[in-house]
Write a protein of this length. Structure first.
Ligand code: IVH
Length: 703
């Protein structure tokens, strides 16, 4: 391990202090780079902190040593009075937008026509990061200025704030004489954006509409200390004068920027010809929802810098690049009506009925309104023009009304006081946001329970999706869950849309479902707070359903991962005679509970005997999810590193646990290696349950 004495001992001479200071700066910047850019730290947090403390001590004694590239400058100076502006000679251009394939095909034709080239052009495609464009000016490798794009020519000087962003190099990793102007995006990762908004909600402050606004609001602060508290990140995607870096292509430029110490956009690919560009767009679009950062499209750039030069620029945008935008995820439409739907637990959810609107390629007619408080908070009214949003595969939601479009004819939304299905008075438990129908015999709840039981999270019976269940219930073939296992297939074959063949198929599917694990049954029952993971956990601890039904709240709570709420919910469920009857009926109508693999089948437990400790921030897994996966595969999880521990999984910012593991000679895995371990079965085949990595490595495009 590197030596790092402290300045607390004997006083240093000025030249010795300068030498030590230079060495500390070099080391700290190197470790910043390892940690924030490469996500691959070499030393523990404690060791890093010691270096930093020594640096600050030294600068207190010798203030002249605190130059612009000292890591101490990341702490953020005093707030300023106002924002200074900067003028740039090479303006930061904008991009032309394309929204559909033909526009990209046309762009490619335009490029080839302009260059009078027949063959395919090599392009580089990058995600279009939804952030704030900035330019970083380096003099002889040292960061001297950071400014926003502004109107392209005039930007705002945000140098002090820029310095607080840990992935921005204060000094470039390779020597670079003269001036370099690195351009890129300052972004706020999605998770941090959501966290920030939650904090603001709790503090009664206005919310940021999107990560871009949050990044801009965080960077354009007069007080850099505020910026420092926001986990901003920076990705470089160009320079003002690429030729000065001695590279011939944009792809090489990005690699050079990476070597200089900058992060470059993930998913960056080299494409030969327009067809590869179009294919890359489809892939990026699919990945979009899984990325930890918000992207709103793909940027297509001519790779060859010589060709870029020849193409040049129009007034505001270069001819060698275009932004291929993703379909919009927000749109405005009219709120026609509000329906109140009753879920399987009796929860009543208001659903917005909308004038149909095209959103991210899908026609949206309904959106969730969450609950009554949300309706009040947003001040929504019937007839309002509303902003709707569809984020990924999640249900569309109404973001807010557009009050400017009100005509005065809008009407208030009245929340019902009786169940819209069974007319039973609704109940809103104290402290909860949700109205519930307490009638267990409510037909809406029954229907939803059956749908859940047959669905993906439950028994996953092929052929018994939502529509089919609704049809069977309406036709009187089933009225509760056990009826599924007593279904009259002859009558089923007579129903519209069914026939001998499809009825026989369903019969087979139901026959297969009759043998289930305890975990699956528990998940299918839809007990509150018992999702798939908790169901697995219970399965690991109880051999039979009878054992579980007899368990007390205390026994349940003793299981790691089961809290008081869940324990109470499980015992309440099994205390209810109706539910005990349900289990009885299921068993008498042919359901068999198979011995669970987690308890019995040693062959299915590849991690048996292994003990894992997790440290640092995991990117690909939630911490709980990772632990759960280990347990499901028969392994155990410990919270401290000791002799029993066999594997330490180290994420970003791993600290003392990692150091301890190395000291004890325990196997250390990064996330990728951990993932490989999980997905590799004994026979070497990848398991189908393997989570996929969120981000492709940069090198994917290199062939
Ligand atoms: S290149 C001359 N690459 O999009 C080329 N821009 O709509 C100019 N942006 O102002 C930019 N991701 O702030 C480029 N990978 C990327 C980008 C990107 C986001 C932003 C940039 C620019 C805006 C234009």
């Amino acid at each position: 391990m590197r030596h790092h004495g402290t300045s607390a001992g004997k006083p240093l001479s000025a030249p010795a202090a300068a030498a030590r200071h230079a060495e500390l700066v070099r080391q700290i910047l190197h470790h910043d780079y390892r940690y924030y850019v490469l996500d691959d730290p070499e030393i523990s947090d404690a060791e890093y902190d010691a270096l930093f403390r020594e640096l600050l001590d030294l600068e207190k004694l010798f203030p002249h040593l605190a130059g612009p590239d000292s890591p101490s400058q990341r702490i953020g100076g005093a707030p300023r009075e106002g924002m200074a502006t900067v003028q740039r000679e090479v303006p930061m251009l904008s991009l032309e937008n394309a929204f559909a394939e033909p526009e990209i095909v046309e762009f490619d034709q335009r490029v080839r026509r302009f260059l009078q080239l027949q063959g395919p052009i090599t392009y580089v495609v990058e995600p279009k990061l939804d952030g704030l464009a900035v330019e970083l000016v380096y003099q002889d490798g040292v960061l001297t200025l950071g400014a926003t794009r502004g109107d392209g020519v005039t930007g705002e000087d945000v140098t002090a704030n820029i310095r607080t962003i840990p992935s921005i190099p204060l000094r470039l990793s390779e020597p670079l004489a003269g001036e370099a102007r690195i351009r890129g995006e300052v972004i706020l990762p999605l998770a941090d954006f959501h966290r920030l908004n939650q904090q603001r909600l709790a503090a009664g402050e206005p919310l940021f509409a999107n990560p871009r606004n949050a990044a801009a609001g965080s960077l354009r602060q007069l007080d850099p200390k505020i910026t420092r508290q926001r986990p901003l990140d920076f990705y470089a995607h160009g320079v003002a004068d690429p030729a000065a870096l001695g590279v011939a292509s944009h792809y090489d430029l990005l690699q050079r920027l990476h070597r200089l110490g900058c992060k470059i956009p993930p998913f960056t690919l080299r494409c030969s010809g327009v067809d590869e560009v179009l294919a890359a767009y489809q892939r990026l679009l699919e990945q979009r929802q899984r990325l930890p950062i918000e992207i709103d499209g793909m940027v297509v750039k001519v790779d060859d810098l010589g060709l870029q030069d020849r193409l040049g620029a129009k007034a505001r945008s270069p001819r060698w690049a275009i932004a291929y935008k993703f379909p919009a995820t927000q749109a405005t439409t009219r709120l026609i009506d509000v329906h109140f739907s009753v879920g399987r637990t009796g929860a009543v959810t208001p659903v917005a009925i909308l004038e149909p609107v095209l959103l991210a390629g899908v026609t949206v007619r309904r959106a969730t309104l969450h609950n009554e408080d949300e309706i009040r908070r947003k001040d929504l009214r019937l007839g309002d023009t509303v902003l709707v949003q569809r984020a990924g595969d999640v249900i569309p939601e109404v973001v807010k009304p557009v009050p400017e479009r009100r005509t005065g004819n809008e009407r208030p939304i009245v929340f019902p006081d009786r169940c819209p299905e069974c007319r039973h008075p609704l109940h809103r438990p104290a402290g909860e946001k949700v109205h519930r129908c307490p009638n267990a015999a409510c037909p809406a709840q029954r229907l939803q329970s059956i749908i859940h039981f047959c669905g993906k999270a439950g028994f996953d019976i092929e052929g018994l999706g939502k529509k089919a269940v609704e049809q069977l219930v309406a036709a009187g073939l089933i009225s509760d869950i056990p009826d599924i296992f007593r279904l009259d297939f002859q009558r089923l074959a007579q129903l519209p849309g069914w026939g001998e063949k499809s009825a026989a198929n369903l019969q087979r599917a139901i026959e297969r479902a009759k043998t289930a694990t305890l975990g699956r049954l528990l998940a299918a029952l839809g007990i509150r707070f018992v999702g798939e993971v908790t169901a697995q956990l219970l399965e690991q601890h109880f051999a039979t359903i009878d054992e579980l039904m007899a368990a007390t709240e205390e026994q349940l709570q003793a299981i790691e991962g089961i809290g008081p709420q869940t324990a109470a919910s499980v015992t309440a469920f099994f205390a209810d005679p109706l539910n005990r009857q349900l289990i009885d009926d299921l068993l008498t109508s042919g359901l068999r509970i198979a011995p669970s693999s987690a308890r019995v089948n040693a062959g299915e437990r590849p991690l048996a005997g292994k003990v894992f400790v997790f440290t640092g921030r995991l990117e690909r897994f939630g911490r709980d999810e990772a632990k759960e996966l280990v347990k499901r595969l028969g392994g155990a999880v410990a919270s401290t590193v000791g002799k029993r521990v066999t594997h330490v999984v180290a994420g970003a910012k791993a600290g003392s646990k990692l150091a301890k593991a190395r000291q004890l000679g325990i196997e250390v895995l990064d996330e990728e290696a951990f993932q490989r371990l999980l997905t590799q079965r004994e026979d070497g085949a990848p398991s189908p349950a393997a989570p996929r990595p969120a981000v492709l490595p940069f090198s994917e495009g290199e062939t």
